[in-house]
Each structure stands twice: as C-alpha cells, then as structure tokens.
Ligand binder design. Structure first.
Ligand code: TMP
Length: 212
C-alpha cells in the first residue's frame, strides 16, 4: 500500500529543477515531514551506471529505442530499490524527473510515440505513478543559455541536441500537461527566482494540506 507521497519535478534543460527541489523540500519539512530527495536516471548505484551510459557524449550511435529502454531500466531499479520501500514506509519522496521525462523526450521529441513509450514504462513501473508533479516551464532559448553559462555543469549527450529538439521536448511536456492535468502543475520558470520559489511553496503547501 502507498502510504507516503510521491512528488516529481519535470522540465527541460536549465529549467531550475535543483532550486525548485530545495523549495519543495523546505516546504515539506515545514509540515513536520522528513522527505527523501532523489533523481532519475540515477539515485542508486545501478541506475547511476545506466545514467553514465545513456548520457555519455561519445555514445552518438545510441538508437532511440535503446535510449528509451535504458531510461525505463534505470527507472525500474531505482523504483524497486529506493522509491517503493520509502513510500511503503510512509516517506515523502521527491524525485528529479520520472516517467513524464520519457514521454516528453523519447515519446515526443525522439518521435517514438507517447503511447509506445508509456507501454514500456508501464512494464517498468507497475502502476507506481507520482501523486503530484511540478513542471517547470522554460523556453529552450532561456534554458539552454542558463546551462551554457553554468560553469559547473558539463553538457551531456542530450544537452547537445539542437534547439529544435528542445523545442519538441517542450511541446511534449505540453501534451503531458493535457493528458495528466489533474496530476501535473505548470510553473512559469522564467519568472524571477523568488517568485518561482514562492509559487512552488504555495502549491506544495496547498497540496499537502488535508493530506498530512
Ligand atoms: P538531468 O540533466 O535533468 O539530470 O537529466 C538527464 C537528461 O536525461 C536530461 O537531458 C533529460 C534526459 N532524460 C530523458 O531523456 N528521459 C528520461 O526518462 C529521463 C529520466 C531523463
């Protein structure tokens, strides 16, 4: 039985997920809960190794379906090893990316089809969908400019895709929003950072109210 809450954060490159997660964690702690923060692909050793393969800049030969399967495999391991046990023990899990990334990036932007990508993920997640998803919406021009000016961030294989690809990712997320309007909340991530942070805290606060 799912006793905890599963919150995911989504967005294109440079949307500000790391800062957003800090706000989410702060708000959850304010409600007296101790959240677990994790990320995809990764979060545990096996999935971090899959991450290294899938994001390696040298792997330009990677087939789109292989890419989708690797993300789904990393998701499965992370879910079974870390997320499900935490949720079952009543924890709030905040995850940087989950299935919506695969729908937007592989399903839509790579052109594999959202339904096809959902199907392989259905096998991987066995119904463990997020309870709440915050989608940080930023134009690819602004997002890519942010990551290029961040000296601490190494550009990975997907970052290096053309602007057009990142525009498709954004269109993919729009479709995710349409399909899952009850679960996914859109945040304008081009606003001033303090506005983004306060909007996030408000959403999380309202969502948790009545549930804890
Ligand atoms: P990150 O840089 O936000 O940690 O994400 C790693 C990259 O992997 C990012 O470019 C998005 C991409 N990605 C997918 O394409 N599909 C997925 O299912 C996930 C989880 C990430």
């Amino acid at each position: 039985m799912n006793k905890g809450f599963f919150i995911t954060v989504e967005g294109g490159e440079g949307a500000g997920k790391t800062t957003a997660i800090a706000s989410i964690l702060a708000e959850i702690r304010e409600q007296g809960l101790e959240p677990i923060a994790t990320r995809e692909p990764g979060g545990i050793a096996i999935a971090e190794q899959i991450r290294a393969i899938v994001l390696d800049n040298r792997h330009t030969a990677m087939d789109s379906r292989t890419e989708a399967l690797l993300y789904a495999a990393a998701r499965r391991q992370h879910l079974s090893e870390k997320v499900i046990p935490a949720l079952e023990s009543g924890r709030v899990v905040v995850c940087d990316r989950f299935i919506d990334s695969s729908l937007a990036y592989q399903g839509y932007a790579r052109g594999l089809g959202m339904d096809e990508v959902f199907a392989i993920n259905k096998f991987a997640i066995e119904g463990w969908m997020p309870d709440l998803t915050l989608y940080l919406d930023v134009s690819p021009e602004v997002g890519l400019a942010r990551i290029r000016s961040d000296r601490n961030r190494e550009l990975n294989r997907l970052d290096l895709e053309a602007l057009q690809f990142h525009q498709k990712v954004r269109d993919g997320y729009e479709e995710v929003l349409r399909r899952y309007s009850e679960r996914v909340q859109r945040i304008d991530a081009e606003q001033a950072p303090d506005k983004v942070a306060s909007q996030i805290r408000r959403i999380v606060n309202q969502w948790l109210r009545g549930r804890v």
